[in-house]
Design a protein around this ligand. Structure first.
Ligand SMILES: Cc1cc2nc3c(=O)[nH]c(=O)nc-3n(C[C@H](O)[C@H](O)[C@H](O)COP(=O)(O)OP(=O)(O)OC[C@H]3O[C@@H](n4cnc5c(N)ncnc54)[C@H](O)[C@@H]3O)c2cc1C
Length: 442
């Protein structure tokens, strides 16, 4: 193709994936253009609030220390909610520096500053409308006002990735392959947050709470709602969010705003957010199709990274690390292709090899059936077992002067009678298959 390229590489979308790819290419001394539709970095983006430092360090290298965070996350809790309270597990590691609480617009803002310093040409407030394609090869992009030409284009345009759909790398998604999430940023006095969550004044610790179960309030009337709730501590803000399978919401005709309103009334959550003022409300999709719904990752002249490729492990709330690292691998691949002067699908497939050798495709592969398995038992997970666990702990903790052995025997007998051996076996089979998938993964 006889094209007068005005850049070596074009990146569409300045989320973690796009910025990481741009940085990698700029560090190699190539001309890279990073185009973002929103006027301010991060303005269109959303997450719970944890960015993982292993990936950040790999991307930023000596610039890592420039990243300002609000808290270091040292405590993780997993709670199973029921009508009266919860069953909770906590893991504290006071020395951990594995994840930081950073507000989203601050994350992108800081990353962009570093990228610009390293030579990335950043164009905000510009929507890429189309990819330029000739003879099956992507050779640039068309924005509202201009065209940009480069031999390698990296699509980092997030979950909807309309551009990949336009060139048939990806098919339309189905509602059951997406989580719809809403999040409230709730402002509270810093001291109040520290008292409620037992946190230090110097922000050297922080808490990520994850909640499961729908057996409370009006949510208990909804059958088969697969959802998760999170509550993260920042300096003077709490991030409270819920995510539910879009297919479940549509089938049950439920508005996600109703779900978060019910969550806010739960007796374990209400006291934690009491007196807080909601200063921000946002909604976003999360790709959940995983390995099975992955698009074609490369074509002549183009590579797909991050959420656009469906790289997320929603079981562990990991997304930014997948985005950052896939961006890095795409960047490395683009640099090698530029050095060799060939940009065919075959050459760019080196990106797929890098993904296969990394945690990205290994994890996506081993978790490929887990969401489906958990989803198929969502009533057990969300309603039945949180309730049963609560009943068991009621027996254990209630000194009611009745023999514990007789109460536990009755509990087990009632459990098997009410649930039925067949359903118990099905539950156990599904849950142990999830464990086996991870254990025997790639
Ligand atoms: C509720 C929620 C909670 C989450 N919590 C966490 C968490 O705690 N930790 C974690 O690691 N991950 C979390 N994630 C996942 C994480 O946010 C994503 O995986 C990550 O942001 C993906 O990065 P990305 O760069 O691929 O896409 P995005 O961050 O979505 O960036 C895509 C960018 O492309 C731009 N864009 C799109 N189309 C165009 C176009 N045509 N032209 C120009 N620009 C365009 C967008 O404006 C955007 O800036 C969460 C996600 C959600 C929704």
């Amino acid at each position: 193709m006889d094209i007068n390229y005005n850049a070596d590489s074009i990146i569409v979308g300045a989320g973690p994936a796009g910025i990481s790819a741009a940085l990698e290419i700029a560090r190699a001394g190539k001309r890279v253009v990073l185009i973002e539709r929103s006027p301010h970095p991060g303005a269109k983006n959303m997450y719970g609030g944890s960015v993982y430092t292993h990936a950040l360090k790999e991307i930023l290298k000596e610039d890592f220390d420039l990243i300002k965070y609000e808290r270091i996350i040292t405590s993780h809790t997993w709670s199973f909610l029921n009508e009266k309270g919860s069953f909770e597990m906590t893991y504290n590691n006071n020395d951990s520096t594995a994840s930081y609480a950073v507000k989203r617009f601050n994350l992108e803002k800081q990353l962009i500053e570093i990228a610009k310093k390293r030579g990335v040409y950043y164009i905000p407030n510009t929507l890429v409308k189309e990819l330029l394609v000739q003879n099956g090869t992507v050779y640039g992009v068309k924005t509202e006002l201009e065209e940009y030409y480069a031999p390698v284009t990296i699509l980092a345009d997030g979950v909807n990735s309309l551009l990949a759909r336009k060139i048939n790398l990806r098919s339309d998604f189905k509602p059951q392959d997406m989580i719809l999430s809403v999040k409230e940023a709730i402002k509270l006095d810093k001291k109040t947050i520290e008292e409620r969550f037992n946190l230090k004044e110097d922000c050297s610790n922080g808490v990520n709470k994850q909640y499961f179960g729908t057996n409370f309030g009006y949510l208990k009337c909804i059958k088969n709602l697969f959802m998760m709730t999170f509550l993260y501590t920042f300096k003077d803000t709490l991030m409270l969010g819920v995510g539910a399978n879009l297919g479940d919401l549509t089938k049950n005709k439920i508005n996600i705003n109703f779900v978060i309103d019910e969550v806010k009334k739960h007796p374990d959550i209400a006291p934690l957010i009491k007196g807080g003022e909601t200063i921000e409300y946002s909604a976003h999709l999360i790709p959940e199709g995983g390995f099975k719904k992955m698009p074609k990752l490369v074509t002549n002249g183009a590579i797909i990274v991050g959420d656009a490729a469906g790289f997320i492990n929603s079981v562990h709330f990991e997304g930014t690390n997948f985005a950052l690292m896939s961006g890095k691998y795409a960047g490395e691949t683009a640099v090698s292709a530029l050095d060799s002067g060939t940009y065919t699908e075959q050459v760019l497939s080196a990106y797929v090899k890098k993904l296969e050798n990394s945690f990205i495709l290994k994890d996506l592969y081993s978790y490929r059936n887990i969401i489906e398995r958990l989803h198929s038992r969502s009533n057990s997970l969300s309603v039945y077992y949180p309730n049963k666990i609560a009943e068991l702990f009621e027996i254990i903790t209630d000194a009611n002067c009745i023999s514990k052995a007789s109460q536990i025997r009755k509990y087990m007998f009632d459990f098997l009678k009410e649930r039925g051996l067949r359903e118990v076996v099905k539950d156990m089979f599904a849950f142990s298959k999830c464990g086996a998938d991870v254990f025997f993964g790639k």
